[in-house]
Write a protein that binds this ligand. Structure first.
Ligand code: 5MM
Length: 348
């Protein structure tokens, strides 16, 4: 492992004003997204949609540091035969790859999941590196259901262990691991419950990363924010989410980690931007945070371009404008320079 090179890539992924596009929806998930806009999900429509984003010059060269791809996409060519990976590189962005293989029920833990994909991961990573991937992603999902005692320590510890095993294998393959332990915002829990569970999950994750000898300088953390569940009767305001998330991360994430790139987790586009912005405004006021705080959004970057595109070649420019606008808003938020007024100034 060449740690200096891993650190250079990790720092480029969270370079000031830049963040990550999570375009790694598995075939089942992208079908759900396409169903909403009335587009049939085929290999070609998935390619056309993603090519549209990767050819958005302003967004890809100025705001998007890297793209997380799904296995199908990393091997695909654009309509003119150019590999999609090359399009990303030519724009000055870094190709990455989702390497987990989804979730399965965790034995003896009703309702809880374990992320799988460690078998043969070393071989797969070597192939992805050859294809151009310089970072990878593995997502663990932790649900909150206090009434049934979820999450359990078993689920948190087992998922953290898998994340750490994955991260060690990535670094051995000269690939920067994005470590994504996601505490879901699906439940009815309040923000403080989310805070406590996320604290537990992050403490366990960094312990397991230590046990697997993962070099923190060569990884990126992709966490959820401290936020109330979608069904909670008590929604927390932007300032509360920002303050609690920054406090939580300061207490759990060592300063050796180059950057933190949040998932959006089902927040609306503007909420995800406002929360990121408020956190970076706090960071500025307290003379800086030890790591960069940016975005690695899937839904909060793509809902608008999906709607604007709607599967029609005539709408490519509109789809690219919508994508560029969201990428720019989040770029500003990653520097604490976003305002709601900017939302109305859509890119042409
Ligand atoms: C883009 O969605 C990703 C893939 O999800 P599936 O494996 O379930 O198809 C997902 O891993 C994503 O990268 C993260 O959850 C962040 O996405 P959001 O939409 O929460 O920002």
């Amino acid at each position: 492992m060449n740690l200096a090179d891993l650190n250079t890539i990790a720092r480029a992924m969270v370079a000031p004003g830049k963040g990550i596009l999570a375009a790694d929806e598995s075939s089942g998930t992208i079908k759900k997204r396409f169903d909403v806009i009335g587009v049939e999900s085929t290999e070609t429509s998935r390619r056309d949609y993603r090519e549209m984003m990767f050819r958005s010059k302003e967004a890809m060269s100025q705001y998007i540091s890297g793209v997380i791809l799904y296995d199908e996409t990393i091997w695909q060519n654009a309509a003119d035969g150019t590999p999609l990976v090359k399009l990303i590189e030519q724009a000055g962005s870094i190709p990455g790859i989702k390497v987990d293989e989804g979730t399965q029920p965790l034995p003896n833990c009703p309702g809880e999941l374990i992320t799988v994909g460690l078998d043969k991961l070393a071989e797969r990573l070597a192939k992805y590196y050859k294809q151009g991937a310089r970072f990878a992603k593995w997502r663990a999902v932790i649900d909150i259901d206090s009434a049934s005692g979820v999450p359990t320590h078993t689920a948190i510890m087992t998922n953290a262990h898998a994340l750490a095993r994955y991260a060690a294998l990535c670094q051995q393959a000269q690939i920067v691991p994005i470590v994504e332990p996601e505490v879901l915002m699906d439940g009815a829990h309040d923000i403080d419950t989310c805070y406590n569970v996320t604290e537990w999950v992050l403490k366990e994750t960094f312990q397991q990363l230590y046990f697997q000898r993962v070099a923190l300088e060569g990884m990126i953390l992709k966490p959820n924010m401290a936020i109330a569940g979608k069904k909670s009767a008590k929604k927390a305001g932007v300032e509360e989410v920002a303050e609690k998330t920054v406090k939580l991360l300061k207490s759990c994430v060592p300063s050796a980690v180059p950057g933190i790139a949040f998932l959006s987790g089902g927040q609306s586009d503007e909420e995800a931007t406002a929360h990121l912005d408020a956190m970076n405004k706090i960071g500025g006021l307290t003379s800086g945070l030890p790591w960069g705080l940016t975005f690695s959004y899937g839904r909060a970057l793509q809902a608008a371009p999906q709607k604007a595109w709607s599967g029609k070649a005539d709408n490519i420019a509109a789809g690219q404008a919508a994508f560029t606008h969201r990428a720019k808003m989040n770029s500003l938020a990653s520097k604490g320079e976003w305002t709601t007024a900017l939302e109305s100034k859509k890119a042409a």
